[in-house]
Design a protein around this ligand. Structure first.
Ligand code: PLP
Length: 401
């Protein structure tokens, strides 16, 4: 009988060893594990809409499949989708893009990955405002760059041009902007966004504007895309967009990048040697998403608006909890610092104890660079929100007891 050779530890590459596991996925896994025991879990962890993909979008995918549109596409995507994106940005934001500046990607995440990997050399610095979406620094680290974090807490988590100015060094290569923000839901006002872009343009720094939550903004905050800025502020701009949230299409993996031709060419090179192209039938679905009726977006937004209002009011009524107003996306990002005691001393312990004691999932804030806070997704039913808030209130009061 052959004996198995002793296994040595997997020799993980240094770049991957340096990456942290995703705290949002960790929260999802914790919820799964608890659910499997039969517990009634209230889950505020999910970073995805609780709505189904609209019917017209599903039909477009089905038709594409039946028509045999099931082969490789060109790396940047089908012409129809590129044109739909160009038309959308022209109609909504008065922006003029040409096809060589547009590419379809496998989710917005791949657009950001392409943008960073095609630009960053070891030692380059990348500006990232705290709190940040967990993936930003990890892609930078993977690419050999150095994330430079900007603290925004003093301004209620809204980044300003002055903060950017103060963080720039001769090594700064790119800034990642994300408005509306995951996890804080905060929105950079358009005039401030423009000032930020002026500072970056003056120093010839590249910008990735992650506009994943572009359409989910609550008045008086305004829907704004960096694509609408004057051309001279867009010469080093990559807009990274996504179909995931806007059209409840997280599983379809559809996103896009809009960037100057030379940057797009470099990103196409990365993509051609990784995923080749976004899924063909998902591209046809995404084309319909942009070209077809938009009422599903409006009805999701109306639902999020009502939940947000309710949740914010309830959270602010819990002793020890404070919360900035989320102006976009579908997350509340309350501070729970006021609830800490000698056993629960940080947001990770808070999230773990809440899960154990009340079977309720929130995502701890340190993973987003904001210790003392937790992220709560309100992309869940009103009934779940009500039950969850009741549990959190009970939990917080148990901590002070
Ligand atoms: C801020 C932000 N950017 C980008 C993405 C990527 O989304 P996707 O890859 O599903 O398009 C997400 C998803 O959670 C996000 O929250």
């Amino acid at each position: 009988m052959m004996t198995q050779p002793a296994t040595s530890p997997f020799p993980v590459s240094q770049n991957v060893a340096n990456m942290k596991p995703s705290s949002t996925l960790a929260a999802m896994q914790a919820a799964e594990a608890l659910r499997a025991t039969g517990a009634h879990v209230v889950d505020f962890g999910a970073g995805e809409p609780d709505f189904d993909t609209p019917e017209n979008i599903k039909q477009a995918a089905e038709q594409a499949m039946r028509a045999g549109k099931t082969k490789y596409t060109s790396t940047g995507g089908i012409r129809e989708l590129q044109q739909a994106l160009i038309d959308f940005y022209a109609d909504r934001f008065g922006a003029r893009y040409e096809r060589p500046e547009v590419m379809a990607t496998s989710g917005g995440k791949q657009a950001i990955f392409n943008a960073i990997v095609s630009l960053i050399n070891p030692g380059d610095e990348v500006l990232i405002a705290k709190p940040y979406w967990v993936t930003f620094p990890e892609i930078v680290v993977f690419a050999g760059g150095t994330p430079v974090f900007i603290d925004t807490e003093e301004n209620g988590f809204v980044l300003t041009a002055e903060m950017i100015q103060a963080a720039i060094t001769p090594k700064t290569k790119v800034a990642i902007l994300n408005s509306p923000s995951n996890p804080s839901g905060r929105v950079i006002p358009p005039a401030e966004f423009q000032r930020i872009m002026e500072v970056l343009a003056e120093r010839a720094i590249y910008t990735i504007s992650d506009e994943c939550y572009l359409r989910f903004v609550y008045p008086p905050a305004e829907v704004f895309s960096a694509a609408s800025l004057p051309l001279e502020l867009r010469t080093r701009l990559c807009v990274a967009g996504s179909f995931s949230k806007t059209y409840a299409m997280t599983g379809w993996r559809m996103g896009y990048a809009l960037a100057p031709t030379d940057w797009t060419r470099a990103m196409l090179k990365v993509q051609s040697h990784s995923t080749s192209n976004a899924t063909s039938i998902a591209q046809w679905a995404a084309t319909e998403a942009l070209r077809g009726p938009q009422d599903s977006v409006a009805s999701m937004l109306a639902e999020y608006t009502a939940r947000r209002q309710w949740l914010l009011h309830e959270l602010r009524g819990i002793p020890g909890v404070t919360c900035n107003e989320p102006e976009g996306a579908f997350y509340a990002f309350p501070s729970v610092r006021g609830c800490f005691n000698d056993k629960v001393t940080n947001s990770d312990e808070f999230a773990r104890a809440l899960l154990e004691q009340e079977q309720t999932v929130v995502t701890e804030g340190a993973g987003f660079g904001a210790e003392g806070y937790v992220r709560m997704s309100y992309a869940t039913s009103m009934a779940q929100l009500q039950e969850g808030v009741t549990r959190i209130r009970r939990f917080c009061s148990s901590l002070s007891g």
